[in-house]
Write a protein of this length. Structure first.
Length: 110
């Protein structure tokens, strides 16, 4: 009669050990795959370069963002048509003022 319970205890002990080992293996596997997540993608979002996960890329593109870093680009002519803006600064023209982020601009010519 003692054999039955001992065998049962040994089997239960092995089953628990195997379950624990399998759980640890799954945890290690999930940690390993978490570090292998797809890289983020640079997106120009409202004038700022941000990094987004690949899964969020389609949503950003649907809202008008573009892939890649934002260009710090402002192509203004050299035409002198001065404007004075609410910041009190007079700029060479309205384009230069807009590139500087100035608002409330009006002609500085009399």
């Amino acid at each position: 009669m003692m054999r039955g319970p001992k065998t049962h205890c040994i089997c239960t002990g092995r089953a628990l050990w195997l379950a624990a080992a399998a759980t640890i293996g799954v945890l290690l596997l999930s940690v390993g795959t978490a570090s292998a997540a797809p890289p983020a993608v640079a997106v120009c979002h409202k004038g700022q370069t941000i990094q987004v996960p690949q899964g969020a890329l389609a949503g950003h593109l649907a809202h008008g963002d573009v892939v890649g870093a934002c260009e710090d680009f402002c192509a203004c002519t050299d035409i002198f048509n001065p404007v004075t803006c609410s910041d009190g600064v007079t700029y060479d023209n309205a384009c230069v003022a807009a590139c500087a982020g100035a608002t409330g601009c009006g002609s500085a010519c009399a």
